[in-house]
Design a protein around this ligand. Sequence first.
Ligand code: EPU
Length: 418
Amino acid sequence: MDKIIIEGGRPLVGRIKISGAKNAALPLLAATLLAPGWHTLKNMPDLRDTRTMLLLLETMGVEWQKEDNGTIRVNSAKLASFEASYDLVKTMRASILVLGPLLARMGEARVSLPGGCAIGARPIDFHMQGLEKLGVDLTLANGYVHGRVKELKGGTVYFDIPSVTGTENMLMAAVLAKGTTVIKNAAREPEIGNLVDMLVNMGGCIEGRGTDKLVIQGVAELRPAEISIIPDRIETGTYLIAVGATGGEVTLTNCNPSHLPSLLEKLRIVGLEIKERETEIHVSCPAPLRSVDIKTLPFPGFPTDLQAQIMALMCFSKGLSLITETIFENRFMHVAELKRMGADIRIDGHSAIVKGVDRLYGARVMATDLRASASLIIAALAAEGTTEISRVYHLDRGYDDLVGKLSMVGAMIRREKE
Ligand code: EPU
């Protein structure tokens, strides 16, 4: 297992190119199951999760090729299996995204139940209730969800909570169902807009893009399509927050500031100077950091996937901040590790009270999940002394070339075998 070693206390200066979004790439790869022929996916990030999804598709008979400049071509013409096995699903719960497209294309799907993960129980009941509304007969046995349907029929689905992958699974099934499907209280994350664009490019008929009501008019068949994966807003946010913690001046390129409304607002309150252009963000940190309260919410609210990172930033602020997590029940695993570096944080139910300190100190810490790992990287970049972060395979799931990108802007960071 590898570890990352960071000598803290260096301001970040330069330019960082943002990669394609993990959480857009995964549903777009799953969507290639819907139509045979060569699909073209541009701006594909090189991540452990995207490689896992490609491996999963391969086990079903899907072929793919890597081209230059991050383009991947995928063809599901020889689709031969409708099963997603435990071995792969246990390493990436987003594998559940093949359920909707397999049912739409083959009328049958057998997908291992993802189970809980480090951040919470993460049930899939909304996915199942939604698919049942489209006529799917679902059974649970031996750790697998098994779905069968003769012909998908449109239906109306209401989500109690706007679920991102739940909305995506419904979209991918409804697009080939007979009749009209309405998804009420749909998630509005930008990654869903990216999937809607892909499905429309494939010949799908979808109204309400970007809103909480999606209306899908089913079509008889779809064709292969080309799509560019949107920039990763969580990677963008992570580097913006890192500059807040270390000081310095960085331009993030190939990104989309309109996908980060709540984060940019909060960072300006904290005291960061942020200039937005269409595909770039310039950030600097001229003054001491002010504290700010945060509550995670579905888009356009503050993303849960940036909660751990902003908590690391608040450790360096003047004052108290109240950080409330409303999406996942167990997403404070980074707190104990930040405290080992000298942070003053108290957890009270779903909230964490962070009292800014003069400095954090380097320590040996352990990454517990993807975004918790990113928060430890931010803390380490700004801490005094050396930090060793173990179990960095979590970071490989969702950050494309993190060590390379941070080195390019002046961080003293290296990766070593443990
Ligand atoms: N929920 C249910 N039942 C369901 C589905 C969701 O109760 O059937 C609940 C969840 O427990 C949670 C809330 O609804 O409380 C929202 O969960 P959601 O379904 O939106 O999460 P997800 O689709 O499983 C995606 C991202 C996560 C991100 C969340 C929230 C992908 C592949 N994953 O997960 O990304 O945190 O939305 O924005 O898109 C990450 O990248 O680190 C990550 C965890």
